[in-house]
Design a protein around this ligand. Structure first.
Ligand code: DAH
Length: 339
């Protein structure tokens, strides 16, 4: 029996040394130590032994059982930690992998430039006002000294709702609405959409944006106009920026001027961007016509003022070197992502 017990221990240990699977380990345990296992089988025969042999064999059997049990426990711990290790390895997160960058929105270039312009004017004490895009003939033309059949209307053909209601061609309509409502001193800008029945090309669109400006107070002069616009352009295009006022005609200003920006590309020398002019045309401006003031109930003997209308697309294109206006409306992410 002693030999049998020894052999059980040896075989159990040798099998245990080879096993690496929890299930097989359990099978080994059942086979050697289970109710119908080999060791139990031996113990069942203890009755046959003499009284002296019984405690000796009994003790040996207990030692063998304890040895095998501890060998199983040891093996079990080994297998479990190996499994845990493997699991950790397979579930490892590689923190060095590049992340997926979330798409971050940003202002459209037109809005970005508009915001800059608004900042500059807010800093000079201007208010920002808005006016309707569907406008009456009166506010869009008539009150601006452009009665029906005035030739200046020719350049501003638009979309008519009916004979007297139309889509405004210029934000200058807001000048009239403002002067009707506010008493001087007035200092406002009014950004917004305007419409003209123009065909689409690199520099034209039937919908575009203007920023109107209006200042009315005692003693306002053309120098104030120039200083205001110069400050704006320096903020937009850099401190070395220069502007130039050129005589022009608008029915609602006297005198009137067109304002040019010294070409940011060639600094006035002349290049392909400014068509060899050295300057690019930016906006229209002038001193508000006395008749326009009077029609709005402001005494031109007491008050004077200046007004201007900036094309937002034009200053945005200049700002970012965009050579085709259509890019601003196509919502092509490849274009928009560059700003
Ligand atoms: N309304 C003019 C245009 O659309 C721009 C303009 C010129 C606005 C002179 C003004 C101004 O306020 O005084 O071309």
């Amino acid at each position: 029996m002693k030999e049998q017990l020894k052999s059980i221990e040896e075989r159990a240990k040798s099998e245990l040394s080879k096993v690496s699977d929890i299930k097989l380990l359990d099978e080994i345990r059942v086979r050697f130590l289970g109710k119908k296992g080999e060791l139990t089988g031996i113990l069942k025969q203890m009755g046959k032994l003499s009284a002296e042999e019984r405690p000796v064999i009994g003790q040996l059997a207990n030692t063998v059982r304890a040895d095998i049990e501890s060998a199983i426990a040891e093996k079990q711990a080994l297998i479990k930690s190996a499994l845990a290790e493997e699991k950790l390895k397979s579930e490892r997160i590689d923190v060095t992998l590049p992340g997926r960058t979330p798409k971050v929105g940003r202002p459209h270039p037109l809005n970005a430039v508009l915001e800059e312009v608004e900042e500059v004017f807010l800093g000079m004490g201007f208010d920002i006002v808005e006016g309707p895009e569907v406008e009456s003939d009166y506010y869009c033309f008539e009150a601006l000294n452009m009665p029906k059949h005035h030739p200046a209307r020719d350049t501003q053909d638009t979309f008519y709702i009916n004979e007297n209601v139309l889509l405004r061609t210029q934000t200058s309509s807001v000048q009239i609405r403002t002067m009707e409502k506010m008493k001087p001193p007035i200092r406002i800008i009014s950004p917004g959409r305007v419409y003209r029945s123009d065909a689409v090309d690199a520099t034209h669109s039937p919908i575009f944006h203007q920023i109107e400006g209006l200042v009315i107070d005692k003693g306002v002069t053309m120098a104030d106009l120039k200083g205001t616009l110069e400050l704006l352009m320096k903020r937009l295009y850099g401190e070395d920026t220069q502007i130039r006022l050129r005589p022009h005609h608008f029915p609602y200003t006297e005198p009137s001027a067109e304002v040019d920006l010294m070409c940011f590309n060639c600094h006035g020398k002349g290049c392909s961007m400014c068509k060899q002019e050295g300057y690019v045309e930016l906006l229209g401006a002038g001193m508000v016509h006395p008749k326009v003031l009077a029609d709005c109930g402001i005494d031109p003997e007491v008050y004077s003022g200046f007004a201007f209308g900036i094309g937002l697309e034009r200053i945005t294109m200049g700002r970012y070197n965009i050579n085709d206006m259509r890019l601003l409306y196509e919502n092509d992410m490849r274009f928009l992502e560059q700003f």
